[in-house]
Ligand binder design. Structure first.
Ligand code: SF4
Length: 309
């Protein structure tokens, strides 16, 4: 399937069926820590990048056997609210499969647009991101599309909080040397107090980001920062203490997939396991490499193999 993946085991959400409704890697930001690689289509243009009927048909197939799931999550390899059909797709799930909870992971950049906020109000959980408040740090970490700025983003989140009745968890991704300074943390805490999310989730790198210089934050600093955000309801996200690791470095997931194929991995599962990324992303990249003549797909009994050319 093109738009539905998993179920995958999510650190925060449990057993999650993923819905990816924008092409790889279309986003309004190009975050230095992005686990999906460098943004190749940087845009704020809201369009029907994948049709609601096509995505809903895949969802119907995936849910036909009533799988055990904790949640159905809109996430993937780009910003899901850039797809103008997200509301229609959420409503399809809520109407036909009310037994499942729906979550939306968003980078918050479009929350100042009334129609975009309205389109996700029927989700059970929304996880919006806010990593910086000062223009300087915002630009350095998120490398936004033209027109995206932190003050509009924060105002959009304040409006979302006023309109949204479900659970809202504000995610702050800590990038050492940028948004862990006392000044930036204070700005972030003030913004979070204005937004009033149900929870603040502090996140950190635990897989390679799109920029190889981004490093994970140590446990001690994460705990210190979480204290700083009190009295907000703060939660540190991540692997178990001491378990943060970076298995490889590099600047682009595409290059990483290609070098994994060149070094002997011959199917999407083994590449995904080696890189610590999702199989669905690897398949998408392998298909792209095949269309560019850099790899070829070899059908095999137990699933397709990919070879570098
Ligand atoms: S982390 Fe999210 S918002 Fe940032 S570039 Fe990646 S997909 Fe876009």
């Amino acid at each position: 399937m093109k738009h539905v993946f998993g179920p995958v085991s999510s650190r925060r959400l449990g057993r999650s069926l993923g819905i990816d409704i924008v092409p790889y890697k279309l986003c309004s930001l190009n975050c230095v820590y992005c686990e999906c690689g460098i943004t190749t289509a940087l845009t704020t243009s809201v369009r029907e990048y994948a049709s609601a009927s096509e995505v809903c048909a895949e969802i119907d197939i995936a849910l036909a056997s009533s799988p055990e799931l904790d949640v159905i999550t809109f996430s993937g390899s780009g910003e899901p609210t850039l797809n103008s059909s997200i509301g229609t797709i959420i409503d399809h799930i809520k109407c036909r499969y009310p037994q499942y909870k729906v979550a939306v992971l968003t980078n918050s950049t479009l929350m100042n647009i009334d129609s975009v906020r309205r389109s996700i109000l029927s989700a059970d959980m929304i996880f919006p991101s806010l990593d910086a408040v000062s223009e300087e740090v915002f630009s350095a970490i998120m490398k936004p599309a033209a027109g995206v700025n932190p003050s509009d983003l924060i105002e959009g989140l304040i409006k979302l909080r006023a309109e949204y009745k479900g659970r809202m968890c504000l995610e702050i991704f800590i990038v050492p040397g940028f948004n862990d300074t006392p000044g930036e943390l204070e700005l972030l805490r003030d913004a979070a107090l204005r937004i009033q999310p149900d929870e603040v989730h502090l996140n950190r790198l635990d897989r390679p980001g799109s920029e190889s210089w981004v490093q994970p934050v140590g446990d001690e600093l994460m705990l210190e920062i979480s204290e700083f955000f009190k009295p907000l309801n703060v939660r540190v996200i991540g692997r178990k203490p001491g378990d943060v690791h970076i298995p490889y470095s590099g600047s682009d997931l595409r290059d990483r997939v290609l070098s994994a194929l060149r070094s002997g991995c011959d199917n999407a599962e083994s590449v995904a396991e080696r890189l610590g990324v999702r199989v669905v992303d690897v398949i998408r990249i392998c298909e792209k490499l095949s269309s560019e003549g850099l790899a070829c797909r070899i059908p095999a009994e137990k699933g397709d193999l990919y070879r570098p050319v």
